[in-house]
Ligand binder design. Structure first.
Ligand code: FAD
Length: 348
């Protein structure tokens, strides 16, 4: 029997999941296919860090994106009756004179005061920080894997999830758009890095970046704060923590490597020497769907208006996806325009 839906969504990473959630909330019918490979969302640290980089810059559109992300994760927590977003301060270790200077400049700028404590903190017994530590506010991390598991169950219970590879040659354009026994008004591709194999969207300028991440257990009790020292440290429980992530835009595969592991351990032990006896529980690797201009890729194919893409969230999926899911749904249902800076039309 043929099944008719408004939107066929390809990919159940954070992008496909939150877009499906928004569409369902707005009364659309969806059907989602996922090939069930471990994806970037499942292994990501899920960090939301409003101020990033050596120049301590506020993320683009932060004042819009962050409240929307917090609200969405709160709504999902209420619905599934479990917490997904853990808000915690982040200590950032200053690494050079330039960063100290930047910090001093930022503390004079009122627009940064919601995100930065103005007082420098000194090193603690467990953290090496000869140049001092700054404390960032409104930082936290998303338990993405747990959230995706809940959303998958929700979709399954509503008979709109299928574990399947979407094969491009099986798509038919004759009467509307159809794949196997499903017809849809539109197909929305949320394929993460695998978009580079998509015949309609592979021409977009993805600049993928592999990342590796470690989960470890320490003998001693851990400090409760998030830590940023070029890489980051996330305490998950009293003894277990994660550290990551490497950034490699040459070796684009999902294999964990000794080089990745050693890079992360070396950086960690430099700032917290007492963790040199921690044992590795897990090493994971995946690929971030990063783009040439570091902005998302959202919108319709220029010729096939029933094919769309929702992708390119790079290293900032947790912060960006909630807001852009809502915006894209506004576009799909009410034709509210997509901002030029994220529209995929900028590259066609
Ligand atoms: C090591 C690492 C650490 C990271 N840390 C952070 C962080 O701290 N904070 C943050 O915000 N972001 C982080 N990211 C980035 C984050 O993971 C991404 O921004 C986000 O997860 C992208 O989600 P997505 O849904 O677009 O892609 P994905 O999560 O990759 O999901 C795409 C899905 O589509 C499926 N798929 C693809 N093609 C097909 C097909 N043809 N048929 C069926 N299914 C298909 C895939 O199998 C997958 O399930 C990190 C990434 C990595 C690798």
């Amino acid at each position: 029997m043929t099944k008719h839906v408004d939107y066929l969504i390809i990919g159940q990473g954070l992008a496909g999941s939150l877009l499906s959630w928004e569409l369902i909330k707005q009364g659309s019918s969806i059907y989602l296919l996922d090939n069930q490979q471990e994806n970037a969302s499942q292994i990501a640290a899920g960090l939301i860090n409003p101020i990033t980089g050596m120049r301590l810059v506020k993320s683009n559109k932060l004042d819009t994106l962050l409240p929307c992300a917090k609200l969405t994760y709160k709504e999902l927590s209420q619905f599934f009756k479990q917490d997904f977003y853990i808000e915690k301060p982040m200590l950032r270790i200053l690494r050079n004179e330039k960063e100290i200077l930047k910090f001093q400049q930022r503390t004079q700028d009122r627009s940064y005061l919601d995100y930065l404590e103005t007082e420098l903190k000194s090193a603690t017994a467990s953290i090496r920080a000869p140049l001092g530590i700054i404390q960032q506010k409104q930082t936290g991390y998303l338990l993405t894997k747990q959230l995706l598991a809940c959303l998958k169950r929700f979709l399954q219970e509503n008979q709109c999830y299928q574990a399947s590879q979407f094969n491009y040659q099986e798509l038919h354009f004759d009467k509307g758009i159809s794949w196997q026994d499903i017809t849809a008004k539109k197909i929305i591709f949320c394929e993460g890095y695998q978009a580079i194999y998509n015949p309609w969207f592979k021409y977009l300028p993805f600049q993928l970046a592999k990342g590796e991440i470690l989960t470890l257990t320490a003998k001693q009790a851990l400090a409760p704060e998030l830590l940023n020292y070029g890489h980051w440290f996330i305490p998950l429980s009293e003894h277990q923590f994660r550290t990551g992530a490497t950034f490699d835009n040459i070796n684009l595969n999902i294999n964990p490597t000794d080089q990745g592991k050693n890079t992360l351990l070396k950086a960690l032990i430099q700032v917290m020497p007492m963790l040199d006896s921690a044992t590795i529980d897990k090493q994971q690797a995946n690929i971030r769907p990063t783009t040439l201009d570091k902005m998302p890729l959202i919108g319709l194919h220029p010729e096939h208006k029933n094919l769309a893409i929702f992708n390119g969230f790079g290293a900032k999926g947790s912060l960006q996806i909630p807001y852009y899911s809502k915006r894209f749904v506004q576009y799909l249902l009410h034709e509210h325009p997509i901002a030029a800076e994220v529209s995929c039309q900028r590259f066609f």
